[in-house]
Design a protein around this ligand. Structure first.
Ligand SMILES: C[S@@+](CC[C@H](N)C(=O)[O-])C[C@H]1O[C@@H](n2cnc3c(N)ncnc32)[C@H](O)[C@@H]1O
Length: 242
């Protein structure tokens, strides 16, 4: 063909790369604000505070720790699309992601979520109760390290969502793998860790922990997987063997 510009496929990943955005010109912050407004409008997203009866923590603003409305909807879609009935989460915080996933479960489905800190666990439990979701969510108190060990090895999960302390991501992935059914989906939040994984040597321990996990993921050649650049980076990995 003549007269056609050659397209570089790497330029087609993000919505604000020029090839995907040649009809709208604005500085990045204005662009991102409008993009989010349009995503929220067309997808019917609500702020969590308007979507749930929420008890909040007086220690940590929920906006800093919880998944964003886009992240929460993404999790719901993953539960629906995979038809997951049993979901395991590491890191409940005040329960927003567990409640979002629980809302997408079929009848009889269950989210098991692990939270280390009593303060957050107590708030999450109140939120589950106040939103009519306590019968779909089991909160396990304690360090994920120990709780995972204590889980029965014969009750497999359809989906696992790793969102606890980043320093141990690689360990969590390896420990959870036997608990995920063949064909099940692992979702690993914060997989770009604020860009730190892009540094040849990450600047933070958390960034190093996530990068160590990405090195493990890179070797999982028989898992169908994609690091999706939404939110803080979300790695999706389908376990082989189904
Ligand atoms: C990013 S927040 C989770 C946010 C939540 N999944 C959401 O999207 O709303 C991480 C949570 O993991 C918990 N956490 C950190 N280390 C943990 C560990 N070793 N075991 C269990 N939970 C842990 C923290 O207390 C915090 O509540």
């Amino acid at each position: 063909m003549t007269g056609q510009q050659r397209v570089n496929l790497w330029d087609k990943i993000l919505p604000d790369q020029p090839i995907n955005n040649d009809h709208y010109a604005a500085p990045a912050d204005a662009y991102h604000r409008l993009l989010l407004q349009e995503i929220a409008r067309s997808s019917g997203l609500k702020m969590p505070i308007d979507d749930f009866k929420l008890e909040l923590s007086d220690k940590v603003p929920y906006e800093a720790m919880a998944s964003s409305p886009v992240g929460l909807r993404f999790l719901q879609l993953l539960v629906k699309m995979t038809g997951a009935r049993r979901v395991l989460e590491i890191g409940a915080f005040i329960g927003l992601s567990a409640m979002s996933m629980a809302r997408a479960l079929p009848k009889g489905g269950e989210v098991v979520t692990i939270e280390k800190f009593d303060h957050f666990a107590a708030i999450a439990r109140n939120n589950f109760k106040n939103n009519g979701l306590a019968d779909k969510i089991t909160l396990m108190d304690g360090d994920a390290f120990a709780v995972i060990d204590s889980l029965p090895k014969d009750k497999l999960f359809d989906m696992v969502f790793i969102d606890g302390n980043k320093e141990r991501y690689a360990h969590y992935f390896k420990a959870l793998e036997p608990l995920l059914r063949p064909g099940g989906l692992a979702v690993i939040d914060d997989s770009l860790f604020h860009g730190d994984v892009l540094n040849p040597k990450p600047k933070s321990e958390k960034g190093q922990g996530v990068k160590d996990f990405l090195d493990v993921a890179a070797e999982c050649k028989d898992w169908l997987r994609l690091l999706v650049p939404i939110s803080n980076g979300t790695m999706l990995m389908v376990k082989p063997g189904a």
